[in-house]
Design a binder for this molecule. Sequence first.
Ligand code: HSE
Length: 436
Amino acid sequence: MKPISIGICGLGTVGYGSFSVIEKNGSEIARRLGREIVVSHIATRSIKEHQHIGEVKVSQDVMAVADDPEVDIVLELIGGYDLAKELVLRAISNGKHVVTANKALIAVHGNEIFSAASEKNVVVAYEAAVAGGIPIIKALREGLAANHIQWLAGIINGTGNFILSEMGDKGSEFANVLKQAQDLGYAEADPTFDVEGIDAAHKLTILAAIAFGIPLQFDKAYTEGISNITIEDIRYAEELGYRIKHLGIARKSEQGIELRVHPTLISQDTLIANVNGVMNAVMVQGDAVGPTLYYGAGAGAQATASAVVADVIDVARMMSSPENSVPALGFRQDSLSDLSILPINEIISAYYLRVVAKDKAGVLSDITEILGDFNINIEAVIQKEPRVHDVEQNLSVVILTDEIKESVMNTAIEKIEALNAIGGKVARIRMDRLED
Ligand code: HSE
């Protein structure tokens, strides 16, 4: 049988990683697929010295791959929005299947891309867009297809997890660890995408769409970064039995869908609290299966290539009958739900609060009185005496609260910040039990 012909657009980390995996594991892949896969065309601006691509045709223009009649499946591995979108739509209009690792593209333009693909009866596969090598898209769309998914929570940005882990383990300052993550090649070209939660929100948008059968709605995701997390917060959380993780959380309730990325205190007894360094993990709760956990490398050439090439194999298997493929978002296009995304003010959460106060009698009771006025129950309090060298003699009061609506907590925080004895903003971190 004629081999499946692949065109790779972009020969960066993931593009070259995918080329290498196809070369290295070609015979094992053919044993699974019953057909050979060959890379016939590559578009790249330059071939780096260490890259060996044999006799493969090379173009500088990615559109040459989308227009190449020899190519069956186009791999979009250039990243970014505009050119990537143009490339994918061109490949689709030429009747080609597409595999992409581009989370930003799918989160922002996925609805349009999937409808174009459906009209042309071709497939756009995107396993590598979320959590690198972890097959979480397949798990959600197929492995858990019998379930109502109730919620999912994930560490889906390796850079952010690396930063928080290093701060916790070594007491390193935020800026130093970020520099290290950039040097190690984990961070996005614009690292604010990592630290401000935008990259994680792209991935969470995709996970929520396939978990709940809703359209992709990146613009409604709430994002909060980790740049305000201090080593003090990490230590106080530890003292109380918690870890701070930068989580993407999507939860379905009667009121709507929560779609939020922010630092979160979780019990240090949970498995996901012990996922450290650049590793990713996603917890999914289904009504039939209960809690499940998926763990693995969320970035890196070979791990991401593992997902890209698995998609190539999947697409190759259904090329003769694309109408029988799993729908792009796991649910039929005409069955997507219009459940609304809840504004962050509407969510219910428990909170960690750190208040810096002048060492003045009565300040703790003033704070607890305000919380009491808003019916906010206190679960734990620790008061830290001023440091010896602190000329201003500030003390820190750390409070864990019970669950309360976010808008109520915000008003209570405003009242606390207005107290005379309080210096500056109250540090507020949401907590999650990762239960129903
Ligand atoms: N910058 C991303 C991360 C790369 O750190 O997770 C993988 O998507």
